[in-house]
Ligand binder design. Structure first.
Ligand SMILES: [Zn+2]
Ligand SMILES: [Zn+2]
Length: 332
Protein backbone atom coordinates (compact mmCIF):
# COMPACT_ATOMS: atom_id res chain seq x y z
CA UNK A 1 0.00 0.00 0.00
CA UNK A 2 1.33 3.40 -0.93
CA UNK A 3 1.38 6.30 1.37
CA UNK A 4 -1.28 8.66 0.00
CA UNK A 5 0.13 11.77 -1.61
CA UNK A 6 -3.27 13.40 -1.99
CA UNK A 7 -3.70 16.35 -4.29
CA UNK A 8 -2.85 20.04 -4.44
CA UNK A 9 -5.10 22.89 -5.53
CA UNK A 10 -2.77 25.00 -7.66
CA UNK A 11 -2.98 28.83 -7.66
CA UNK A 12 -4.15 28.79 -11.30
CA UNK A 13 -7.31 26.81 -10.42
CA UNK A 14 -6.01 23.44 -11.58
CA UNK A 15 -5.86 20.38 -9.37
CA UNK A 16 -2.56 18.49 -9.27
CA UNK A 17 -3.58 14.92 -8.38
CA UNK A 18 -0.63 12.86 -7.13
CA UNK A 19 -1.68 9.44 -8.34
CA UNK A 20 0.23 6.73 -6.44
CA UNK A 21 2.76 4.52 -8.23
CA UNK A 22 4.23 1.26 -6.93
CA UNK A 23 7.73 2.38 -8.01
CA UNK A 24 10.50 4.58 -6.65
CA UNK A 25 8.91 7.53 -8.48
CA UNK A 26 6.08 7.35 -5.89
CA UNK A 27 3.50 9.28 -7.89
CA UNK A 28 2.55 10.58 -11.31
CA UNK A 29 1.02 14.03 -11.67
CA UNK A 30 -2.39 14.09 -13.22
CA UNK A 31 -3.69 17.60 -13.82
CA UNK A 32 -7.39 18.47 -13.70
CA UNK A 33 -8.17 21.64 -15.66
CA UNK A 34 -11.54 23.37 -15.18
CA UNK A 35 -13.53 24.02 -18.35
CA UNK A 36 -15.78 26.99 -19.08
CA UNK A 37 -18.89 24.77 -19.08
CA UNK A 38 -18.29 23.46 -15.54
CA UNK A 39 -16.58 20.29 -16.76
CA UNK A 40 -12.99 19.16 -16.32
CA UNK A 41 -10.16 17.96 -18.54
CA UNK A 42 -7.93 15.25 -17.10
CA UNK A 43 -4.31 15.06 -18.23
CA UNK A 44 -2.49 11.69 -17.73
CA UNK A 45 -4.76 9.78 -15.31
CA UNK A 46 -2.10 7.27 -14.12
CA UNK A 47 -1.35 3.55 -13.87
CA UNK A 48 -4.22 1.17 -13.25
CA UNK A 49 -4.01 -0.61 -9.91
CA UNK A 50 -6.54 -1.20 -7.12
CA UNK A 51 -4.89 1.60 -5.24
CA UNK A 52 -5.20 4.17 -8.04
CA UNK A 53 -8.83 3.28 -8.71
CA UNK A 54 -9.71 3.95 -5.06
CA UNK A 55 -7.47 7.03 -5.08
CA UNK A 56 -9.49 8.55 -7.92
CA UNK A 57 -12.87 7.68 -6.39
CA UNK A 58 -11.81 9.45 -3.18
CA UNK A 59 -10.06 12.37 -4.82
CA UNK A 60 -12.87 13.32 -7.19
CA UNK A 61 -15.39 13.11 -4.39
CA UNK A 62 -13.20 15.21 -2.08
CA UNK A 63 -12.86 17.81 -4.86
CA UNK A 64 -16.63 17.80 -5.46
CA UNK A 65 -16.24 16.62 -9.07
CA UNK A 66 -18.79 14.16 -10.48
CA UNK A 67 -17.67 11.58 -13.06
CA UNK A 68 -20.14 13.08 -15.52
CA UNK A 69 -18.16 16.36 -15.37
CA UNK A 70 -15.10 14.73 -16.97
CA UNK A 71 -15.18 16.09 -20.53
CA UNK A 72 -11.95 14.75 -22.01
CA UNK A 73 -8.86 12.74 -21.15
CA UNK A 74 -5.59 14.02 -22.62
CA UNK A 75 -2.39 11.97 -22.71
CA UNK A 76 1.16 13.24 -23.10
CA UNK A 77 2.52 9.78 -23.95
CA UNK A 78 1.93 6.04 -23.92
CA UNK A 79 3.81 5.01 -20.77
CA UNK A 80 1.67 2.92 -18.41
CA UNK A 81 2.02 5.39 -15.52
CA UNK A 82 0.24 7.98 -17.70
CA UNK A 83 -1.90 5.98 -20.14
CA UNK A 84 -2.82 3.00 -17.93
CA UNK A 85 -6.09 4.36 -16.51
CA UNK A 86 -7.28 6.09 -19.69
CA UNK A 87 -9.74 3.34 -20.65
CA UNK A 88 -11.06 2.99 -17.11
CA UNK A 89 -11.49 6.76 -16.85
CA UNK A 90 -13.34 6.80 -20.15
CA UNK A 91 -15.75 4.10 -18.94
CA UNK A 92 -16.21 5.66 -15.51
CA UNK A 93 -16.95 9.11 -17.02
CA UNK A 94 -19.58 7.68 -19.36
CA UNK A 95 -17.50 7.95 -22.52
CA UNK A 96 -15.23 11.02 -22.39
CA UNK A 97 -12.94 10.94 -25.45
CA UNK A 98 -9.24 10.15 -25.03
CA UNK A 99 -6.74 12.34 -26.93
CA UNK A 100 -3.22 11.12 -27.78
CA UNK A 101 -0.73 11.35 -30.66
CA UNK A 102 -0.90 8.66 -33.33
CA UNK A 103 2.66 7.51 -32.65
CA UNK A 104 2.01 7.19 -28.90
CA UNK A 105 -1.23 5.34 -29.49
CA UNK A 106 0.51 2.85 -31.78
CA UNK A 107 3.20 2.33 -29.16
CA UNK A 108 0.57 1.64 -26.47
CA UNK A 109 -0.96 -1.07 -28.64
CA UNK A 110 2.38 -2.56 -29.59
CA UNK A 111 3.43 -2.78 -25.94
CA UNK A 112 0.21 -3.70 -24.18
CA UNK A 113 -2.19 -4.87 -26.85
CA UNK A 114 -3.92 -8.19 -26.26
CA UNK A 115 -1.68 -10.15 -28.54
CA UNK A 116 1.48 -8.22 -27.78
CA UNK A 117 4.81 -9.89 -28.43
CA UNK A 118 6.78 -6.96 -27.06
CA UNK A 119 7.63 -8.59 -23.69
CA UNK A 120 9.45 -11.38 -25.56
CA UNK A 121 11.02 -9.03 -28.09
CA UNK A 122 12.41 -6.73 -25.42
CA UNK A 123 13.59 -9.55 -23.13
CA UNK A 124 15.41 -11.21 -26.05
CA UNK A 125 16.96 -7.91 -27.08
CA UNK A 126 18.19 -7.30 -23.51
CA UNK A 127 19.67 -10.84 -23.45
CA UNK A 128 21.59 -10.06 -26.63
CA UNK A 129 22.90 -6.96 -24.83
CA UNK A 130 24.30 -9.13 -22.05
CA UNK A 131 21.41 -9.48 -19.58
CA UNK A 132 22.43 -12.53 -17.54
CA UNK A 133 20.16 -15.59 -18.05
CA UNK A 134 19.33 -15.78 -14.29
CA UNK A 135 17.37 -12.53 -14.72
CA UNK A 136 15.48 -13.53 -17.87
CA UNK A 137 12.37 -14.97 -16.19
CA UNK A 138 12.05 -11.98 -13.84
CA UNK A 139 12.30 -9.54 -16.72
CA UNK A 140 9.71 -11.36 -18.83
CA UNK A 141 7.29 -11.61 -15.94
CA UNK A 142 7.79 -7.95 -15.05
CA UNK A 143 6.99 -6.84 -18.60
CA UNK A 144 3.91 -9.04 -18.95
CA UNK A 145 2.57 -7.77 -15.61
CA UNK A 146 2.07 -4.32 -17.16
CA UNK A 147 -0.65 -5.59 -19.45
CA UNK A 148 -3.06 -5.66 -16.50
CA UNK A 149 -2.08 -2.18 -15.39
CA UNK A 150 -2.96 -0.79 -18.83
CA UNK A 151 -6.45 -2.16 -19.17
CA UNK A 152 -8.89 -1.68 -20.66
CA UNK A 153 -7.55 0.30 -23.61
CA UNK A 154 -9.78 3.31 -24.41
CA UNK A 155 -12.18 2.82 -27.31
CA UNK A 156 -13.05 6.39 -28.32
CA UNK A 157 -9.56 7.66 -29.16
CA UNK A 158 -8.94 10.93 -31.00
CA UNK A 159 -5.62 11.70 -32.57
CA UNK A 160 -3.61 14.82 -31.69
CA UNK A 161 -1.40 16.31 -34.39
CA UNK A 162 1.95 17.71 -33.25
CA UNK A 163 2.35 21.45 -33.95
CA UNK A 164 -1.44 21.82 -33.94
CA UNK A 165 -3.47 23.69 -31.33
CA UNK A 166 -5.58 22.04 -28.66
CA UNK A 167 -8.12 23.74 -26.41
CA UNK A 168 -8.38 22.83 -22.77
CA UNK A 169 -8.72 24.64 -19.47
CA UNK A 170 -9.86 27.83 -21.23
CA UNK A 171 -6.63 28.20 -23.22
CA UNK A 172 -5.26 27.23 -26.59
CA UNK A 173 -2.17 25.00 -26.35
CA UNK A 174 0.47 24.37 -28.99
CA UNK A 175 1.40 20.71 -29.10
CA UNK A 176 5.13 20.08 -29.22
CA UNK A 177 6.36 16.66 -30.18
CA UNK A 178 9.30 15.22 -28.27
CA UNK A 179 10.99 11.88 -28.76
CA UNK A 180 13.59 9.83 -26.96
CA UNK A 181 11.71 9.35 -23.68
CA UNK A 182 8.73 7.90 -25.48
CA UNK A 183 7.84 8.03 -29.17
CA UNK A 184 5.36 10.74 -30.12
CA UNK A 185 5.40 12.39 -26.67
CA UNK A 186 3.45 15.67 -26.65
CA UNK A 187 4.03 18.71 -24.47
CA UNK A 188 1.36 21.41 -24.37
CA UNK A 189 2.55 25.02 -24.43
CA UNK A 190 0.49 28.15 -23.96
CA UNK A 191 2.54 31.18 -25.12
CA UNK A 192 0.04 33.65 -23.62
CA UNK A 193 0.23 32.51 -20.01
CA UNK A 194 3.73 31.05 -20.62
CA UNK A 195 2.84 27.68 -19.17
CA UNK A 196 3.88 24.25 -20.35
CA UNK A 197 2.50 20.83 -19.51
CA UNK A 198 5.66 18.89 -20.28
CA UNK A 199 4.77 15.30 -19.35
CA UNK A 200 8.01 13.35 -18.87
CA UNK A 201 9.98 15.21 -21.56
CA UNK A 202 11.51 17.62 -19.03
CA UNK A 203 11.40 16.71 -15.33
CA UNK A 204 12.78 18.57 -12.30
CA UNK A 205 15.25 16.72 -9.98
CA UNK A 206 15.29 13.51 -12.05
CA UNK A 207 16.53 12.87 -15.55
CA UNK A 208 13.79 11.49 -17.85
CA UNK A 209 14.60 7.93 -18.84
CA UNK A 210 15.83 7.41 -22.38
CA UNK A 211 13.45 4.80 -23.71
CA UNK A 212 15.37 2.47 -26.00
CA UNK A 213 13.29 -0.38 -27.47
CA UNK A 214 14.04 -2.90 -30.22
CA UNK A 215 12.61 -2.10 -33.66
CA UNK A 216 11.88 1.50 -32.76
CA UNK A 217 13.83 4.78 -32.76
CA UNK A 218 17.41 3.74 -33.75
CA UNK A 219 19.02 6.56 -31.71
CA UNK A 220 16.63 7.67 -28.93
CA UNK A 221 19.24 9.71 -27.06
CA UNK A 222 19.89 11.83 -30.16
CA UNK A 223 16.11 12.28 -30.53
CA UNK A 224 15.81 13.26 -26.88
CA UNK A 225 18.65 15.77 -26.96
CA UNK A 226 17.40 17.46 -30.13
CA UNK A 227 13.80 17.50 -28.84
CA UNK A 228 14.69 19.25 -25.60
CA UNK A 229 17.25 21.54 -27.23
CA UNK A 230 14.42 22.79 -29.46
CA UNK A 231 12.30 23.51 -26.36
CA UNK A 232 15.05 25.47 -24.62
CA UNK A 233 14.04 28.80 -26.16
CA UNK A 234 10.37 28.59 -25.12
CA UNK A 235 9.37 31.39 -22.79
CA UNK A 236 8.05 29.54 -19.76
CA UNK A 237 6.99 30.97 -16.39
CA UNK A 238 5.73 27.68 -14.99
CA UNK A 239 6.22 24.07 -16.10
CA UNK A 240 3.86 21.28 -15.03
CA UNK A 241 5.76 17.98 -15.23
CA UNK A 242 4.57 14.36 -15.09
CA UNK A 243 6.54 13.68 -11.89
CA UNK A 244 7.67 15.78 -8.90
CA UNK A 245 6.43 19.36 -8.50
CA UNK A 246 5.69 22.23 -10.91
CA UNK A 247 8.81 24.34 -11.45
CA UNK A 248 9.74 27.73 -12.88
CA UNK A 249 13.29 27.46 -14.27
CA UNK A 250 12.42 25.57 -17.45
CA UNK A 251 15.23 26.49 -19.83
CA UNK A 252 17.81 26.10 -17.03
CA UNK A 253 16.47 22.60 -16.43
CA UNK A 254 16.79 21.80 -20.15
CA UNK A 255 20.44 22.95 -20.00
CA UNK A 256 21.10 20.73 -16.99
CA UNK A 257 19.62 17.71 -18.77
CA UNK A 258 21.73 18.34 -21.88
CA UNK A 259 24.85 18.58 -19.65
CA UNK A 260 23.88 15.49 -17.70
CA UNK A 261 23.85 13.36 -20.84
CA UNK A 262 27.16 14.75 -22.09
CA UNK A 263 28.75 13.94 -18.75
CA UNK A 264 27.20 10.47 -18.75
CA UNK A 265 28.56 9.79 -22.25
CA UNK A 266 32.09 10.79 -21.19
CA UNK A 267 31.89 8.73 -18.00
CA UNK A 268 30.72 5.73 -19.94
CA UNK A 269 33.52 6.01 -22.49
CA UNK A 270 35.98 6.14 -19.55
CA UNK A 271 34.46 3.09 -17.84
CA UNK A 272 34.58 1.03 -21.02
CA UNK A 273 38.37 1.00 -20.91
CA UNK A 274 40.03 -0.96 -23.68
CA UNK A 275 38.12 -4.22 -23.54
CA UNK A 276 34.95 -5.08 -25.40
CA UNK A 277 31.92 -4.89 -23.12
CA UNK A 278 28.20 -5.58 -23.19
CA UNK A 279 25.60 -2.96 -22.31
CA UNK A 280 24.74 -5.01 -19.22
CA UNK A 281 28.36 -4.86 -18.05
CA UNK A 282 28.52 -1.11 -18.60
CA UNK A 283 25.20 -0.73 -16.77
CA UNK A 284 26.63 -2.56 -13.72
CA UNK A 285 29.81 -0.46 -13.87
CA UNK A 286 27.58 2.60 -13.60
CA UNK A 287 24.92 1.45 -11.16
CA UNK A 288 26.42 -1.61 -9.43
CA UNK A 289 24.76 -5.01 -9.08
CA UNK A 290 21.96 -3.83 -6.78
CA UNK A 291 19.58 -3.49 -9.75
CA UNK A 292 19.55 -7.28 -10.15
CA UNK A 293 16.87 -7.42 -7.48
CA UNK A 294 14.55 -4.96 -9.23
CA UNK A 295 13.53 -5.84 -12.78
CA UNK A 296 11.74 -2.51 -13.23
CA UNK A 297 14.76 -0.33 -12.38
CA UNK A 298 17.13 -2.68 -14.20
CA UNK A 299 15.09 -2.46 -17.38
CA UNK A 300 15.18 1.36 -17.33
CA UNK A 301 18.89 1.49 -16.50
CA UNK A 302 19.81 -1.06 -19.15
CA UNK A 303 17.67 0.53 -21.87
CA UNK A 304 19.23 3.89 -21.10
CA UNK A 305 22.75 2.41 -21.14
CA UNK A 306 22.05 0.93 -24.59
CA UNK A 307 20.83 4.36 -25.76
CA UNK A 308 24.08 5.96 -24.58
CA UNK A 309 26.23 3.25 -26.22
CA UNK A 310 24.38 3.79 -29.50
CA UNK A 311 25.19 7.50 -29.21
CA UNK A 312 28.89 6.76 -28.55
CA UNK A 313 28.88 4.61 -31.67
CA UNK A 314 27.10 7.32 -33.65
CA UNK A 315 29.75 9.85 -32.59
CA UNK A 316 32.59 7.52 -33.62
CA UNK A 317 33.75 6.95 -30.03
CA UNK A 318 32.77 3.28 -29.83
CA UNK A 319 32.18 0.42 -32.23
CA UNK A 320 29.47 -2.21 -32.02
CA UNK A 321 30.20 -5.85 -32.78
CA UNK A 322 27.76 -8.69 -33.02
CA UNK A 323 28.71 -12.33 -32.86
CA UNK A 324 26.25 -15.21 -32.55
CA UNK A 325 23.58 -12.76 -31.43
CA UNK A 326 25.78 -11.21 -28.72
CA UNK A 327 26.22 -7.45 -29.00
CA UNK A 328 29.32 -5.83 -27.56
CA UNK A 329 30.88 -2.39 -27.74
CA UNK A 330 34.51 -1.44 -27.85
CA UNK A 331 35.95 2.03 -27.44
CA UNK A 332 37.88 3.29 -30.45
ZN1 LIG B 1 7.16 8.36 -19.36
ZN1 LIG C 1 6.01 8.94 -16.19
Amino acid sequence: MNERMGYTKLPNGWIQAKVPLPFALKWVNSYLLPEEDGGWTVVDPGLRTEDTVSYWEETLSQCGIAWSQIRQIVLTHHHPDHYGLAGWFQERSGGAPVYISQVARDAAHRLWGERESFSDELTNALLSHGLIPELEADMREHLVSFRFKVAPHPTDVRILEPEGEFRMGGASWRMIRGDGHGPGHLSFYDPITRRILCGDQVLPDISPNIGWMPNADPNPLASFLSSIAAMRSLEVDMAYPGHREPFAAFSERVEQLLDHHERRLSRMAELMGDSSVTAFEVCEMLFGTRLRGNAHNLRFALAETIAHLIMLEHRGIARRTEEAGNIRYVRL
